[in-house]
Design a protein around this ligand. Structure first.
Ligand code: FES
Length: 141
């Protein structure tokens, strides 16, 4: 049911944890299952130099976030914003249909972390990042 890449990233997830003094922190909840994902980024000169995640989500959420962090590390913010959950699922060689919603957590938490980064710089993130559902809207609980 799961590809080798999914099993690899699930059993040996990359970039798990938190970043102290992160430049941006994004926390999103999955409207479908109620699971939560927290993403931390470190940014230097518009480049994401480090990224870590923590999740209460399922195995598919762990695998998609793990590979998503690898895909954005070292990339510029505009490049990271282009990462879609579809691209993440493709990189994993696919997910069962009923698990696709889990991959949305990775994409949205990255966007939320970037939005938080802009907010911390005093920049309105919405024109750049778009509307990111955040926990303050009660999305996570
Ligand atoms: Fe909630 Fe997968 S079932 S993230």
């Amino acid at each position: 049911m799961y590809t080798e890449q999914v099993m690899d990233h699930f059993t040996n997830p990359r970039n798990v944890g938190e970043i102290e003094n992160a430049d941006g922190i994004g926390e999103v909840g999955n409207a479908k299952c109620g699971d939560i994902m927290k993403m931390y980024i470190k940014v230097d000169n518009d480049v994401i130099t480090d990224v870590k995640f923590k999740t209460f989500g399922c195995g598919s959420a762990i695998a998609t976030s793990s590979i998503a962090t690898e895909m954005i590390k070292g990339k510029t913010i505009p490049e990271a914003l282009e990462l879609s959950n579809k691209a993440v699922v493709e990189a994993l060689g696919g997910l069962p249909t009923h698990k696709i919603h889990c991959s949305v957590l990775a994409e949205q938490s990255i966007k939320a972390a970037i939005a938080d980064y802009y907010k911390k710089q005093g920049i309105d993130p919405e024109p750049i990042v778009g509307k990111v559902p955040d926990c303050e809207d009660g999305h996570c609980h």
